[in-house]
Every structure is written in C-alpha cells, then in structure tokens.
Design a protein around this ligand. Structure first.
Ligand code: ZN
Length: 438
C-alpha cells in the first residue's frame, strides 16, 4: 500500500482520537474538519456522476473552494432514495473497512436503504461514548435498553444481556428488551433487574413514566438516555416525577450516525463534529443565527461508501452557541423534529409550538387535541370532547395561544370525532399544513 496514504491516514486517526478523547482547540478543530470535508468532496467528485455535477461549484483544481459551499444544492430524502445506487461508491478505499447495508423507516414511515462502513460506525460509536462520559456514567453499573431489533429469531424476542457498554469497563451489564413487547412487561423487567440507567426512545420513556405513576410503582434510575425521537419538556418532567431523575438526550439518525448530544454543563446540544459537518439552514437558504430555527443539513465525513453531502435529514432545530461552554463544537439549542411540527409566522419567523400540558389540562372537556396551522396567522384547535353536548372555553384557549405561541395567531376550536395518527402511528399535537414552502 502507498506509504503516503498510510502516513496521511495514521495522522487522521491520531487527530480523530485526540479530538474525541482530549478535545482540540477551535482552530485545530476547524482545520481538521476542513481537511476531512475536502477529502470526501474530492473523492465523491471523482467517483460519482451524481455528486460530480452537484459539487461542481466548489471544486477547484486540486482542492475545495469552501467559500462556495452554500452553492451545493441540498440533498433531500426523496433524492437520496431515488439516487441510492448512483451515490454508492464501489471502491471507497481500504480505510473504510467492511460495508454494512441497513434500512431505516425514518420518522415519516418511508423506508430508506443506506450503507455504512466500519469506519463510520467506529466514529459514531466513539461519539456515543464521549456523550456517556460527559454525563459521567459509571460503566460498572447496569444499563437497560428498550430498543427495536432487526432479528426476529426467538432468542431476540425477549430480554437479553451483554457486557461492556462503556469502553474500558468490560464487566458492566447491558440488558436489552425489544420495544415490541408490552409496556407492563417492560416495567416488570425493569423492577426485576433494577438498572442504574435506562436508554430508549422518548415516546417509550414517556409512556413508561405515565404507567409507573398511574400504577404507583416505585422505580428509580440515576439517569435516562433518550434518542431516536423528539424529547419534549413534558416528557422530561414526567420522567422526573416518575423516576426521580433527569433525561439526557442524544440526536442522530441511522443513515448518518451521531449528529449532536446534550451537554450537562450548558444544556445545549454539541455537534458530533468529527462525524458530520452540521449546518442549520433557514428557509431562505442562509445559515440560522443563535436562537433562529432552521433545517438540519449534514455532510458525513467518514462514510466514504455512501457519502451524504448537504443532506437534509428532515428535522428542524434551533441554533445554539450563546452559552459560555468551552466545547469547540457546533451548538444546537433544541431539537424540534419534523418541519410540519414547526409553525411559520408573518415576517418569515418560525416558532416551535409548545404549550405546557398542565396549562392545556385546564381546558376542561378535551380528551385529545391537535393544533393545525392553515395560514400564517390562523390556527384550528381540533379536539375530541368528553361530552359532545358541550364546547370549550374559547377565550381561555386564545389566551394560551397568545401567551405561549404568538399573539399574531388567531385560533378557532373545532370538535372532532377522532384525531388521526401519523404514518408512524404517533399523534402530533402541533401540525402545520404550510410546510412545503422550503
Ligand atoms: Zn456545553
């Protein structure tokens, strides 16, 4: 093998590990990211017809022209799905290691077939490990995880146990249980094994907390770890009430790996900058400033077999970076989820709609509800009433909307027989029919 390639690659891995374990200075981190970005861009421009055209604006003679980066079109999920074979690089280089193909259902319920390399899995796992270190988890203690499982063989249908979930601590027990089991079974299992930490999806944590409170079960953890969905303030509060602990949040996607992780020091999310170039892009194409909402656009830096260049994963976030945290990583203040859960207002503003459940609970006669935005200044409040002969207090409802959402929004209440679920079977509390302007 080429000696220069070997030396170059050894240097990259050395810097990568230093970044993950010790941290780099801001200047070093920027230089490292730029180098990795340049490597991926040069490689895909040479090997993929699909990317050659898209990357044309940034390609110089022998390197990237970073000032033209924003001219690369954003890759949508639909384009990714349609061009999967053209994106797949057949000879990604020996550094990549073995190739792994996977399917993700995505939160919209439309399957996506992707490829990951051993190298990209390694980087992603290391980022998860750093997140666990930030939260000072003790790798000798028990971790329980309720998760989806791809295997359907009988031994995977029930609880399982492995060892060594935190690097350097080979004895720590990692108990797993498929999410498809009944919640009662999950609770009974947790009471039996009494783990220090529980990791699952936010919807599962929320329902477990509700059930535990309703049944008066006493179950205590040191920390919950949420990932694979949007963790709301209501779920955090429910978990605190039910399990007496905080929830830490990890943000990623199967086709990308880790994207950002919540920092216990400042409360914002720090980007997985070693794994991705993270951009937060507003509807007008400009980068979001601190406190503004934008689309998550990522470029994978170490998946040389299935490189994603300026890929809009479908989520929206609020840009962070206003804290004094010492991490030289990109910052996200809040992860907000799908675009149709974001409300757009007059003047180009975007808000993440949220009214505390405790406040909405005061509107009597509401069994289930959904706010639907159909114009920049108008909402409908769809609700399933307990008593169909009665309405609700419309003045109180408008007061909540003005206080917690925006005074420019006028709301009208509409009783309905049922609220439909999304394709992924979740109920959306806030839904905009204005999406598609992007
Ligand atoms: Zn921080």
């Amino acid at each position: 093998m080429d000696q220069t390639w070997k030396a170059d690659w050894r240097g990259t891995l050395e810097t990568l590990n230093r970044s993950l374990h010790v941290g780099l200075s801001r200047a070093e981190a920027n230089a490292f990211r730029q180098r990795n970005l340049s490597r991926v861009a040069m490689m895909v421009a040479a090997q993929s017809e699909f990317y050659r055209q898209r990357l044309a604006p940034v390609m110089g003679k022998s390197d990237l022209r970073p000032e033209r980066w924003n001219d690369i079109p954003i890759l949508t999920k639909e384009e990714l799905r349609a061009n999967r074979d053209a994106i797949l690089v057949t000879e990604p280089g020996p550094e990549s290691g073995a190739l792994r193909m996977g399917w993700t259902s995505g939160s919209e319920g439309e399957p996506l077939h992707y490829a990951r390399t051993a190298l990209s899995d390694y980087v992603s796992n290391q980022i998860t490990q750093r997140f666990l270190r930030w939260w000072q988890l003790d790798g000798n203690r028990r971790l329980a995880q309720i998760h989806t499982t791809r295997q359907v063989t009988s031994e995977r249908a029930g609880p399982g146990v492995r060892r060594g979930w935190l690097s350097g601590k080979p004895a720590g027990e990692h108990h797993t249980y498929p999410v498809s089991a009944d919640l009662q079974q999950h609770l009974a299992w947790l009471q039996e094994i009494r783990p220090a930490y529980l990791r699952s999806y936010p919807e599962v944590l929320c329902e477990l907390a509700r059930l535990a409170l309703r049944q008066g079960r006493v179950l205590r953890f040191d920390l919950l770890i949420s990932g694979g969905g949007v963790l709301t303030p209501d779920t955090r509060k429910l978990c605190k009430d039910a399990f007496g602990c905080a929830v830490s949040d990890f943000y990623g996607a199967e086709e990308v790996g880790g994207i950002a992780a919540e920092c216990p020091a400042c409360g914002e999310f720090h980007g997985a900058d070693e794994n991705v170039l993270l951009e937060i892009i507003k509807d007008d194409g400009r980068p979001a400033r601190v406190g503004e909402i934008g689309r998550v656009v990522v470029t994978t830096l170490f998946n040389h077999a299935f490189p994603l260049i300026r890929y809009h994963i479908g989520d929206y976030v609020e840009a962070g970076g206003g804290t004094a945290c010492t991490q030289p990583l990109q910052a996200i203040r809040r992860v907000l989820g799908r675009g149709k859960a974001i409300f757009r207002l007059n003047g180009g503003r975007m808000i993440w709609p949220y009214i505390p459940a405790s406040e909405l609970g005061r509107l009597a006669n509401v069994k289930r509800y959904q706010f639907v935005q159909f114009a920049l200044d108008a909402l409908e409040f769809h609700y399933v009433p307990h008593n169909t002969a009665q309405g609700i207090d419309d003045v109180a409802l408008q007061g909540l909307v003005s206080t917690f959402l925006d005074p420019s929004l006028k709301v009208m209440s509409i009783p309905v027989a049922a609220i439909e679920r999304e394709s992924n079977l979740k109920y959306m509390l806030y839904r905009s029919s204005l999406e598609g302007m992007t």
